[in-house]
Design a binder for this molecule. Structure first.
Ligand code: PMP
Length: 443
């Protein structure tokens, strides 16, 4: 039983005292008081299947992660200026999951901080501040990250691109200028990046870095055409820039087939940024890079981070890596994800509204359209479905520039039974929308 404040009191306090842009999910916001596995519980004990939280990756309040944090918190928490086993143990384990070239690990506290540091590393190495970013992308909330995020600088309240920012086309095989997942599509998108590099060269400039999520999250749960990243990496490197893979949303086995999503594109980035799932909800993040780039950052200026790499965070990080292995979560992402995607593809055969089903592992997107020819986004119906799912105790978010994509990114402690639950509700929701449409056309 929850004896805390009532919902209205919390809402009015938030509005007045917690910043004016702190948004809430749902028309009637939920008060959530407990989490376990892939489920959240409200103040009256009602369970909700959580298909939104890609942070509590190994399951909400995973007992071993909680125990590791509690034990270390009770013993010592301090900064990295003393010798401690945890940071070295953790770095060793994390680096063991990466390609050999990526052998330096810097620990920070959030995905934004990781990208912020990645930009600094890239700039020291390449000696250029010109940054190539993918349209629609989001990379974090700090000044440099907002500048690198077309989703923000081109969105409400945004100030447009800064002069050193160069936006390249979003390689969207469904809605983009070049469609289909083929080598030709990848080549066409790559050619447009080459144009950007060429136009920089005409101004005697070169790309300092190219940042790209290994699968596009905020831009719309998009799987890039095969070969896209390797072509771009080659072009960016040939022009003197470094390649940053933002794995904040998509790393740690979510794609199922691999631990890191960049592996699905057969590339080795120069810098990888990690966040969200890394601490299962504990605020921590990391930047992984090569010896050469780490060497270039030795400019005489110290990089110090008060909290980054502390013994508690490292104990938690190690417990998360262990849980991914012990609970076979990458395997589960693959099996459950494949099963789930097949079921969604089956529904697409029945419901015209489903324009596209895509994704890898437990990173899936269902794009809803009013018409398959024009691909007119079914934005209102998508929002209606999210509320409908809530009524059926399933939490879900939307994504993409038109908010017409159902975004599926549950904790990896998500089962086939959970997938079936979702499919049943999606089917009944889509049927309800269909009959409402039929009533409308009859009148
Ligand atoms: N990169 C990506 C791809 C993200 O999705 C996010 C967060 N949504 C960030 C970076 C920023 O991470 P954080 O909110 O931890 O600063």
């Amino acid at each position: 039983v929850d004896n805390g404040r009532d919902k209205e009191a919390i809402i009015s306090y938030r509005k007045k005292h917690l910043g004016k842009t702190l948004s809430l999910s749902y028309q009637q916001p939920l008060k959530i008081v407990r989490g376990q596995g892939a489920y959240l519980f409200d103040e009256s004990g009602q369970p909700y299947l959580d298909m939104v939280n890609n942070v509590c990756h190994v399951g909400h309040c995973h007992p071993k992660v909680v125990a590791a944090g509690q034990a270390q918190l009770a013993k010592l928490n301090t900064n990295t200026r003393y010798l401690h086993d945890n940071i070295v143990d953790y770095a060793e384990k994390l680096l063991a999951t990466m390609p050999e070239e990526l052998s330096v690990c810097m620990l920070v506290n959030s995905g934004s901080e990781a990208n912020e540091l990645a930009f600094r590393l890239a700039r020291c190495y390449s000696q250029s501040k010109e940054l190539l970013v993918v349209d629609g992308a989001y990379h974090g909330n700090t000044n440099a990250c907002i500048e690198a995020s077309p989703y923000k600088f081109n969105g409400p309240g945004g100030e447009g691109p800064q002069p050193h920012i160069h936006t390249v086309a979003l390689p969207d095989p469904y809605r983009g200028p070049f469609t289909g997942n083929t080598p030709e599509t990848a080549r066409a998108y790559a050619a447009s990046v080459q144009e950007t590099i060429d136009s920089l060269a005409k101004q005697d400039k070169k790309p300092g870095a190219f940042i790209c999520e290994s699968l596009q999250g905020v831009a719309g749960q998009i799987i890039m055409p095969d070969g896209y990243l390797s072509m771009i990496y080659e072009k960016v490197r040939a022009a003197g820039g470094v390649c940053i893979a933002d794995e904040v949303q998509v790393g740690f086995g979510r794609v199922g087939s691999h631990m890191w999503a960049f592996e699905t594109q057969q590339v080795v980035p120069d810098i990888v940024t990690l966040g969200k799932p890394i601490g299962n909800g504990h605020p921590m993040a990391a930047v992984i890079t090569t010896q050469a780039i780490a060497d270039a950052f030795v400019t005489g200026m110290e990089y110090f981070n008060t909290f980054g790499g502390n013994p508690v965070s490292c104990a938690i990080g190690s417990a998360v890596l262990a849980a991914i292995k012990e609970d076979k979560l990458q395997e589960n992402a693959l099996q459950t994800g494949n099963y789930f995607k097949d079921k969604l593809l089956e529904l697409q055969l029945t419901f015209e509204l489903i324009g596209d089903v895509r994704g890898l592992g437990l990173f899936l997107g269902v794009e809803l359209v009013e018409d398959r020819e024009s691909k007119q986004p079914a934005t209102e119906k998508t929002a209606w479905l999210v509320e409908y799912f809530k009524q059926h105790h399933i939490l879900l978010s939307t994504e993409g520039p038109f908010y017409n994509i159902l975004k599926i990114k549950p904790p990896l402690a998500f089962s086939i039974v959970d997938a079936d639950k979702f499919i049943t509700v999606l089917k009944s929701g889509l049927s309800a929308l269909l009959s409402a449409d039929q009533v409308k056309t009859r009148h």
